[in-house]
Design a protein around this ligand. Structure first.
Ligand SMILES: [Zn+2]
Ligand SMILES: [Zn+2]
Ligand SMILES: [Zn+2]
Ligand SMILES: [Zn+2]
Length: 330
């Protein structure tokens, strides 16, 4: 029906644009990675060449209006997600994503006709010629990506927002670092400190209650960056322990440029941890469960606390520094 005509029109328009843009990155991309379209053998590739001249004379202007229409066509009518090959269609031309296909019991969700196994190669090919901005554009990413590369980019985009680093809550807030810093301050009432050295006291009146809960998060601001110091009690196997570690509010490759030490002691003994802050891309739980921090057995912690072992009083001191940037000579 009308939709089929419309599709041919779009394909024609795109091929026309493609043929004018030789050396274009998405053509190269398709050549170098033919598997992205994944055409099964023996299936005919629709010959759209004859339509090119039709659309060249078409009054329809390519780009903006066509693009948003194609974008709508690429939305699965069932799950509303963007569709990727294989895209299926019923005998009336209604499309459906491969994820939803097994769930509709072989009935087209739009017209209730039998669905069968008809690939919509035309739409798959249109999608391949299509470029979209990264979905984190509002976070600052200016990248434009071929349709089939967009998801992969977005999973690694350095502008993708961070999860709230506050542990022990179900907080679902996401955002960039400045946004999360004010969120931690305003909504979680987290202590903020300026400077790269610190001296903290953690006091708890009943240390026998070791629960899987966050005790404390402190945010440090130094070197123009933000760091989260976590201190908490948890159960390591059967043993109740305390752990302290630092996370960097930024990406992993930048986190590696910093180092930190934590010291805790008393009664003439001292434990020192030296580490590299972990990016907040790694969840708090992941860092804790890899024991990447200063771990203090409860008995030792009580010994450090002095007194009659009724109260936990730990003094943790620490320092954050920026590693010297060594010029690459390899
Ligand atoms: Zn779907
Ligand atoms: Zn249908
Ligand atoms: Zn991006
Ligand atoms: Zn939060």
């Amino acid at each position: 029906m009308g939709m089929i005509n419309f599709l041919y029109l779009i394909i024609g328009t795109h091929l026309h644009m493609l043929s004018m843009a030789t050396g274009n990155s998405y053509i190269d991309d398709l050549r170098s990675k033919p598997e992205v379209i994944d055409l099964p053998e023996n299936e005919q590739i629709i010959d759209v060449g004859e339509h090119v001249s039709d659309t060249a004379q078409s009054p329809l202007k390519p780009n903006v209006t066509v693009s948003s229409s194609v974008r709508d066509l690429l939305e699965c009518p069932v799950c509303l997600n963007a569709m990727y090959p294989p895209i299926y269609q019923c005998s009336n031309g209604h499309t459906l994503c491969s994820g939803c296909k097994p769930r509709v019991h072989n009935r087209c969700p739009t017209c209730r006709h039998e669905l069968g196994n008809i690939r919509c190669l035309a739409l798959e090919k249109v999608a391949a010629s299509f470029e979209l901005p990264c979905k984190y554009q509002s976070f600052g990413c200016m990248g434009i990506y071929p349709y089939y590369n967009k998801l992969k980019h977005e999973s690694q985009c350095i502008f993708r927002p961070y999860n709230c680093p506050y542990a022990g809550s179900e907080c679902s807030v996401i955002g960039d670092v400045p946004y999360l810093v004010s969120h931690l301050k305003d909504d979680h009432k987290v202590d903020m400190h300026n400077g790269s050295t610190f001296n903290h006291r953690y006091v708890k009146s009943n240390p026998r209650e070791v629960e899987n809960a966050t005790w404390m998060l402190t945010v440090f601001s130094c070197f123009g960056q933000y760091f989260c110091l976590h201190f908490e009690a948890f159960q390591l196997g059967m043993a109740p322990v305390y752990i302290a570690f630092l996370r960097f509010m930024g990406d992993e490759n930048e986190a590696k440029n910093y180092g930190y030490t934590l010291e805790v002691g008393g009664n003439g003994r001292k434990m020192i941890w030296q580490g590299v802050p972990r990016s907040i891309r790694d969840s708090h739980r992941k860092v804790r469960d890899s024991f990447d921090g200063l771990i203090i057995q409860r008995n030792m912690a009580l010994f450090f606390s002095g007194g009659d072992r009724k109260e936990l009083k730990l003094r943790v001191t620490g320092r954050i520094w920026k590693e010297q940037v060594v010029p690459l000579n390899k």
